[in-house]
Design a protein around this ligand. Structure first.
Ligand code: G3P
Length: 503
């Protein structure tokens, strides 16, 4: 068997290709950013053809850097920004519209109507999700209702619907010549259209949203020994390699962090921040604003579920401080700026830029910076910016402890922001649990590689994957209980000030 596994990570800001060896170590990597398109406030789009071009480029780039060929890979896995939605012509590969990104709020009116008719939790029992602009279902309805010809084309079978892993798998396995039209259970569980218990599209919800079933992809396990097809000989790999692993990026990080046991959790600090807790083989309903979602499924085995706390803005707040305020030149500088002071000087920032996701689910919220006095300076603001991510995570952990009735005892972390020592210390301080970073912090790609590698027998079981996980650094809390409680109470007051802004 070939010696390596490759994984595509089609993320919110860039596309990457990483090749791993048997120990789960990175052999080579290439990455390319794509444009963020903001046609009006609250709307976010990506050019799906640009993303496919970039994906091909990074595959070729990573192989070239390591002097490898496509045939050196035993299998390919895909991981992706979740919920982002595309409708395209399957005869030409031409999108009907730009991809509508998970952050986009254009389906606000659709969601408002759904909520007015049946309440925000009307689909929760079946799908695990509240009605929110975040999920793909309302985005699909928006495209079918607003883009010329899209509904008719889906109805007559010439157009198909998919999230980003579906798009990339379709392209890799032949595209318009007959690419596979599939979605894995984890991505399907983010559409608000899949029944968590049957793992099939739910006809009642499809009827309510007016989405034709025939346009949707086939739902498959995340690690699938019945490969969805080999890559094309004339594609970027120049070889026929099985494509047989796919996971939404947050679930991929859970797998990459080897959180295979009930009660194990990870938090990924990227554009947003996503905390997932493995709850085992039965879906655990949330009464405290989390979502119930699929963690992963290996073909022939029972699906594994998790509770998720989704935070829309984490690293994106640091980017905003860099791009919109100009306080820093590069994102990592936020740490140096914040380190100059010992506390936030009374300043709190709540980045409710597109409303608040978990555990509040308030589309009417908008960001605030509060507690300002003439004493406050840019260092306090920088610190409050980092604290915003730590406190948003604390909100999620509080909800998770209530929902699962087992207190989180440690938190595995990954994603770009875990290089920020101060943030990790703040996180340990406000949570009062150890925060642990693994040696391989590219857990998202690693999870997708694991899914593909398991499917072809490159790795034999989850225990073998667990042995690859190695700790790099642990942060312990250094904060007094009194300070912790006082800071969190102020955070709660700041969150309250974001609510009802649009009402
Ligand atoms: O649900 C959205 C999430 O999948 C986006 O992840 O890492 O691309 O910001 P990321």
């Amino acid at each position: 068997m070939a010696k390596y596994i490759g994984a595509v990570d089609q993320g919110t800001t860039s596309s990457r290709f990483i090749i791993f060896d048997q120990r789960g170590r990175i052999v080579t990597l290439d990455q390319k950013e794509h444009r963020q398109i903001f046609p009006q406030p609250g709307w976010v789009e990506h050019d799906a053809l640009e993303i496919w071009d970039n994906t091909q480029e990074v595959i070729r780039g990573a192989l070239a850097k390591a002097g490898l060929k496509g045939k050196d890979l035993a299998a390919i896995g895909i991981t992706n920004q979740r919920e982002t939605l595309l409708v395209w012509d399957k005869r030409t590969g031409k999108p009907y519209y730009n991809a509508i990104v998970w952050q986009c709020t254009r389906s606000h009116e659709i969601c408002k109507q759904l909520i007015a008719e049946g309440g925000q939790d009307r689909f929760r029992e079946k799908t695990g999700l509240p009605v929110a602009t975040y999920f793909s279902g309302p985005k699909i309805k928006w495209v079918l209702d607003n883009v010329d010809g899209a509904r008719k084309a889906v109805e007559d079978g010439s157009a198909i619907i998919g999230t980003m892993e579906t798009w990339i798998i379709w392209q890799l396995t032949g595209g318009a010549k007959g690419g596979a039209h599939v979605t894995d259970v984890t991505n399907a569980s983010r559409t608000m259209l899949m029944n968590l218990h049957t793992l099939d599209w739910d006809d009642e919800i499809l009827g309510i949203l007016g989405i034709p079933r025939q346009g949707l992809p086939r739902i498959v396990p995340s690690s699938d020994s019945e490969s969805w097809g080999p890559t094309e000989e004339d594609g970027p790999l120049k070889a026929r390699i099985p494509v047989c692993g796919a996971l939404g990026d947050q679930q991929a990080a859970l797998v990459g962090q080897a959180c295979f046991r009930k009660g194990e959790a990870k938090n990924t600090y990227g554009t947003g921040c996503f905390l997932l807790l493995n709850t085992g083989e039965t879906p655990v309903p949330s009464n405290h604003g989390l979502v119930t979602t699929l963690a992963y499924q290996v073909r022939g085995e029972k699906p594994v579920y998790c509770l998720e706390g989704s935070i829309a803005i984490a690293g994106a707040l640091v980017q905003w401080v860099r791009d919109n305020l100009g306080l820093i030149q590069t994102a990592p500088e936020i740490e140096d700026l914040a380190k100059e002071v010992d506390d936030n000087g009374g300043v709190y920032v709540v980045p409710a830029f597109q409303g608040l996701f978990a555990p509040y689910w308030r589309p009417d919220a908008r960001g605030v910076m509060c507690g300002l006095t003439r004493y406050a300076n840019k260092h306090h603001i920088a610190r409050a910016v980092l604290e915003a991510t730590a406190y948003q995570t604390k909100d999620i952990v509080e909800a998770m402890n209530k929902d699962s009735s087992v207190a989180l005892s440690r938190l595995k972390v990954d994603g770009g922001m875990v290089a920020n020592d101060l943030l990790m210390q703040l996180q340990a301080d406000v949570l009062d649990v150890p925060v642990i970073r693994p040696k391989v912090s590219e857990t998202t790609c690693l999870g997708a590689a694991y899914a593909a590698g398991l499917a072809v027998g490159f790795w034999s079981n989850l225990d073998e994957l667990r042995q690859n996980w190695e700790e790099d650094k642990t942060w312990e809390s250094r904060m007094s209980e009194e300070d912790r409680a006082a800071g969190y109470a102020m955070w709660g007051k700041a969150v309250e000030r974001t609510l009802n802004w649009l009402e």
